[in-house]
Design a protein around this ligand. Structure first.
Ligand code: NAD
Length: 485
């Protein structure tokens, strides 16, 4: 399947960006060109915003219950088109079909949460003094922007767009330049679901487009999801321009493995976590800290990882540069004295010789100071550090600058509590490799994995995408006066 040019979506219609810079979009599966897009200009952004502001003014007058109706229809459209949407993710991102389908399933769950927002956004009303009532209500912010990464072309946009829209905002989505196609389908289906024109918009581009978004005075809030390096730039630039910002960054997630863990459960969960989406997940297990003698479990884990088939149960990584970066980490660890137990370098998938594949890789006897064990690798690579005590394991986890996820594998409730209480991560798991909180809980890490406050999904997103108004009312003249009358 080759796609038409990926265009901007503005006021309900597709339109090319107006610079002269054309970008090629390459499929990681075989290195072939899938589509192109044209870099957008600041004038393109101005045009989108002028329509978006007009549409948002009308949209905020529609009640939340009525706005939610669009998302019931949208959910049905996601379900109906699931196979085609899955195929698009497979082609542009390179993950395997099951993982691509899981993204659509998650987009559906996120949309269900948007449909349920009327049950959560009910405000408060209280008699604060005799005959005097104070009520809180929530209003939309206006035009908001969502800047997203390559690794989840559909799920991560759905983290923000459905809630932001249902809560009465207009949204501008800036997709990753590596995977701009899924956003075209999101735009098409939201329109088909009955979302009025101008409320959902797509702007394609790279760094300059993000900078224009950060600087535009009429964008009230920005969510960013991507690497820590860019999260910091976006957070600083947009906050400096007095916008509300939530910027999620990269990750280095630790697994604390204790010798009493259930072998099958630990092995299957850890292998799925390190290899799922080719390790290109901000929740992927990346460094395993084995406490004491965990050899039986580790041998099982290595055996399970060996069964993974590149090109069948393991997808591609996003680009040639990503493949080279990941393989570089493995080579460097080898030179530094770590033992490569399973080596995914130089993997070639028959029939897909030009694809970008890295096989599952397990590195034993890594140390906490090695880049492979310390930095975000973003590939199907698991480093094992061996320690004697839980305190040593926690010291390594706590010292890492990131703080997205940490999971412990044990059958002891007390030890599990001890690890989750003391880990420096926003999302912790017990016997779960990918501890993603599901709605209505919110998604968000700590430390250098998140800049700004609150979570990006779930109930927390209500606070981010709305502003609260408090109204104090007195109707009864006999209520008299008091200190605040
Ligand atoms: P990235 O930071 O390179 O790109 C993210 C977005 O920023 C893209 O839309 C891109 O066009 C834009 N961008 C890139 N460089 C920029 C610059 N210099 N100035 C302004 N904008 C710029 O991230 P990526 O490679 O697309 O995605 C992978 C990263 O995203 C990983 O670090 C991963 O951990 C992270 N991620 C984090 C979460 C989370 O929830 N914390 C979720 C998914 C991915």
């Amino acid at each position: 399947m080759i796609f038409n040019e990926a265009k901007n979506f503005i006021n309900g219609a597709f339109k090319s960006g107006s610079s002269s810079k054309i970008h090629r979009v390459i499929s990681p599966l075989d290195g072939k060109e899938l589509t192109t897009f044209t870099e957008s200009t600041s004038e393109d952004l101005d045009e989108i915003i002028s329509f978006a502001q007009k549409a948002q003014k009308a949209w905020q007058k529609v009640t939340l219950k009525e706005r939610a109706q669009v998302f019931y229809k949208y959910k049905q459209l996601l379900e109906k088109n699931s196979a085609e949407l899955t195929e698009v993710i497979y082609l542009e991102n390179g993950k395997v079909h099951g993982e691509a389908k899981a993204e659509i399933d998650k987009a559906i769950e996120l949309t269900e949460f948007a449909c349920s927002l009327p049950q959560f956004v009910n405000g408060e009303n209280m008699e604060v003094s005799r005959g005097i009532y104070c009520a809180s209500t929530r209003s939309p912010l206006g035009v908001v922007a969502s800047i997203v990464p390559f690794n989840f072309p559909s799920m991560v946009p759905h983290w923000t767009i459905v809630n932001a829209l249902a809560l009465g905002n207009a949204v501008i989505l800036k997709p990753s330049e590596a995977v701009p196609i899924s956003s075209q389908y999101i735009a098409k289906l939201l329109k088909e679901a009955g979302l009025p024109d101008g409320l959902f918009n797509v702007i394609n581009g790279t760094q300059s487009t993000v900078e224009n978004i950060c600087d535009h005075p009429d964008i009230k809030a920005i969510t960013f999801v991507g690497s820590t390096k860019v999260a910091k730039i976006v957070y600083q630039r947009a906050s400096h321009n007095l916008k509300q910002v939530l910027a999620l960054g990269g990750a280095k997630n630790h697994i604390v493995l204790l010798p009493d863990a259930h072998p099958e459960m630990a092995s299957s969960n850890i292998v799925a976590s390190m290899s799922g989406c080719s390790g290109q997940r901000c929740m992927a297990a990346s460094t395993l800290i084995a406490v004491g003698n965990c050899d039986t479990i580790l041998n099982k884990l290595i055996g399970d990882a060996q069964k993974i088939k590149c090109g069948t149960t393991l997808g591609a990584v996003i680009s040639k540069a990503a493949k080279e970066r990941i393989e570089g980490y493995i080579t460097e660890a080898e030179k530094q004295g770590a033992k490569i137990i399973l080596d995914g370098r130089n993997t070639v998938v028959p029939g897909k010789e030009n694809g970008f594949y890295v096989g599952p890789t397990i590195i034993d006897y890594a140390t906490a100071d090695m880049p492979v064990a310390r930095e975000e690798v973003f590939g199907p690579v698991l480093s094992i550090i061996r320690v004697d005590t839980i305190e040593e394991a926690l010291a390594i986890e706590n010292a890492n600058p990131y703080g997205n996820a940490c999971s412990v594998f044990t059958q002891s409730g007390g030890l599990a509590n001890y690890v989750t209480e003391n880990a420096s991560a926003g999302m912790c798991g017990v016997n779960i490799g990918v501890p993603v909180p599901r709605e209505p809980f919110g998604f968000g890490g700590w430390n250098e994995s998140r800049f700004g406050s609150g979570d990006i999904t779930g109930k927390s997103s209500i606070g981010f995408f709305t502003k609260e108004k408090k109204t104090t009312t007195k109707w009864n003249p006999e209520a008299g006066t008091n200190w605040m009358s």
